[in-house]
Design a protein around this ligand. Structure first.
Ligand code: PLP
Length: 421
């Protein structure tokens, strides 16, 4: 599945020279922050008319050597892969070809020239999504349109080709169905899908890649908390930043992840499971490792209960779980009297609420765990208690959110978020 980029990029560059597409507004450091576009508009690097991938051309060459299934209790995240890989075309540089016919082939190594641009300049972006099996044995995806939207934005930002989201969803759905025997039909199990796109042009020139490869691999995964929730402790990182206004922190680029591992190791060396990224002199709370962060807090003056998460200002990933939690909170918590806010919240605000007993609960949110309750945040070497009692491993909101989201993921509740393959 390959698409030549040069003519398209030349057009895009000419267009962007005529009309500057960088869109910045100055940060306003108030708590009422409106949505701002910090990143380069995707159109600056891609055509308005993506060349479609074509599911009707799918060729399936199934593996002749089916892999044995791993005992579900022994599944570790990202260690086991299914028997096939989708798609796996040979790279081409034919500038008139566009996306090639997709194929599903046996899982195998890729062969790339050492000068391929992905190895030198990080032309890589990816997605993380899951396929679930419902009670009737049907395979379901959860909000795949959101993943495809984000994938296209990430690809466009690094001058890789975009594609038709419905077409790729259809192909991923065919792939997940083909691999359905790898999805254990127990609650908590799923097939993690990793759509990935890389620039494949052989060149050391820093230019838009002339060719690209889109592939999807799949890995069966078990429940994140096999024996029930286990609250984590975080270390607030203020000596390094993950993302910044005008940067690419809202894109799912491989290049965003490698630099985060060292601060994570630092936090681990002091006994913390993850690090929490702070930003700026105000110490805004942004996100955790591979999760967005939610804080349930009571207002100092009015006692109003509020569920807060950082706004989409370009410095955090636009999490599908984050969006789902916000939507569920508006649907189910607002009628109970909660305020739901996408606003900036600082570490001093959080620490003050904790000290005054107003911090109700804190949890991370992402595809891997759905929610991950937080017990403490170490900030400037001092623990900030996040509201859980000693015997509790999760707050009520996190627990309810997990239940509501799983019901839609596993098809217990028929909902438009669930895509039946
Ligand atoms: C940096 C980062 N933030 C947040 C998330 C959560 O996003 P999602 O809910 O789409 O999994 C992820 C997920 O991979 C991530 O890598």
């Amino acid at each position: 599945m390959l698409r030549p980029l040069l003519p398209r990029c030349a057009r895009a560059l000419r267009a962007s020279a005529a009309t500057p597409r960088l869109s910045y507004t100055l940060p306003t450091f108030s708590s009422q922050v409106t949505r701002r576009a910090y990143s380069i508009h995707p159109e600056a690097a891609s055509t308005a008319q993506p060349v479609d991938v074509d599911p009707s051309k799918l060729v399936i060459q199934k593996t002749q050597d089916p892999k044995p299934l791993v005992d579900p209790s022994g599944l570790l995240f990202g260690r086991n892969f299914t028997g096939n890989l989708f798609p796996d075309p040979p790279p081409t540089k034919n500038p008139t070809e566009g996306w090639r016919a997709p194929t599903i082939q046996p899982y195998q190594n890729l062969s790339l020239d050492p000068a391929t641009c992905v190895f030198h300049y990080g032309f890589e972006c990816f997605e993380g999504m899951k396929a679930y099996k419902d009670k009737a044995g049907k395979v379901r995806l959860f909000r795949p349109d959101k993943n495809m939207e984000r994938f296209n934005k990430s690809a466009a930002r690094i001058a890789l080709p975009t594609f038709s989201s419905p077409a790729l969803i259809e192909l991923i759905s065919r792939f997940a169905t083909l691999e359905e025997r790898f999805i254990p039909d127990q609650r908590g199990y799923s097939l993690y899908l990793r759509p990935t796109m890389i620039g494949t042009q052989k060149t050391l020139g820093v230019t838009p890649p002339g060719s690209a490869l889109l592939f999807v691999i799949a890995s069966p995964v078990g429940p994140y908390y096999p024996t029930g929730f286990k609250a984590v402790s975080l270390e607030a990182t203020d000596y390094a930043v993950r993302a910044w206004p005008g940067g690419v922190g809202d894109k799912k680029l491989g290049a965003n992840y490698a630099p985060c591992v060292l601060p994570q190791l630092e936090a681990a060396s002091r006994g913390f499971q993850q690090n929490l990224w702070l930003f700026g002199p105000e110490q805004y709370v942004t996100e955790v490792g591979t999760m967005n962060l939610f804080v349930a807090i009571k207002d100092k003056e009015t006692g109003q209960k509020e569920l807060v998460t950082a706004p989409l200002d370009g410095t955090i990933l636009e999490g599908v779980t984050r969006d789902s939690i916000l939507s569920l909170a508006r649907e189910k918590l607002v009628p109970e009297g909660w305020l739901v806010s996408e606003r900036k919240i600082t570490m001093p605000e959080l620490a003050e609420a904790s000290a005054e007993g107003r911090l109700i609960e804190v949890f991370g949110a992402g595809t891997a765990a759905i929610v991950s309750p937080v017990r403490t945040i170490s900030w400037k070497g001092q623990p900030v208690d996040c509201g859980l009692k000693e015997h509790e491993e999760s707050g009520k909101i996190a627990l309810r959110m997990k239940g509501w989201i799983e019901a839609r993921q596993y098809g217990d509740e028929e909902h438009e978020w669930s895509y039946v393959c």
